[in-house]
Design a protein around this ligand. Structure first.
Ligand code: DQA
Length: 147
């Protein structure tokens, strides 16, 4: 069965209560549940992980190299703008990588305009709220169907 890993970076465990005017009112569970449902309908195996720790996200990317994961959908949150280590880990992963941001980072402070992860990502989605994750999963599934 095709596998996809969903990674959520720091502070995304607070979704629903964290700056809802920017990040929306859905919780991380709401988002993961919608992803699980879409994956199940399409016969995909999905694993979702949120961590506030850079190393835990990196360990999950390393594990994905070994367990046949076809794609990673990642919202690296603030690590987007700082983490060469997450970029390096993703560069060591051979599958598809889609970067997702709930908000349109390009409309926000200039420090959010640069993404290390974008140097590796096959696709980037920003500003579509939780729909962005579903669009990313859709892209992953369709790409696998074409392959
Ligand atoms: C974010 C945007 C980042 O700049 C920010 O640090 C986040 C969330 C987003 O989903 O819009 O924590 O990745």
């Amino acid at each position: 069965m095709n596998k996809v890993l969903i990674l959520h970076g720091p502070n995304l465990n607070l979704l629903g209560t964290r700056q809802p005017e920017i990040y929306g009112s859905e919780t991380l569970n709401d988002i993961n549940n919608a992803l699980y449902e879409k994956a199940a309908v399409n016969g995909w195996d999905i694993k979702a992980l949120q961590s506030n720790h850079e190393g835990a996200l990196i360990d999950a990317i390393h594990a994905a190299r070994e367990d046949g994961t076809a794609a990673i959908v990642i919202n690296p949150a603030a690590y987007t703008h700082t983490s060469v280590a997450i970029l390096d880990a993703l560069n060591a992963f051979e599958g598809k990588v889609i970067e997702v941001h709930l908000s349109n980072v390009h409309k926000r402070e200039s420090f959010r305009h640069h993404s290390y992860v974008s140097l590796r990502a096959d696709g980037v989605i920003a500003g579509l709220g939780s729909q962005g994750y579903l669009a990313a999963l859709d892209a992953v599934i369709r790409a696998a169907e074409r392959a």
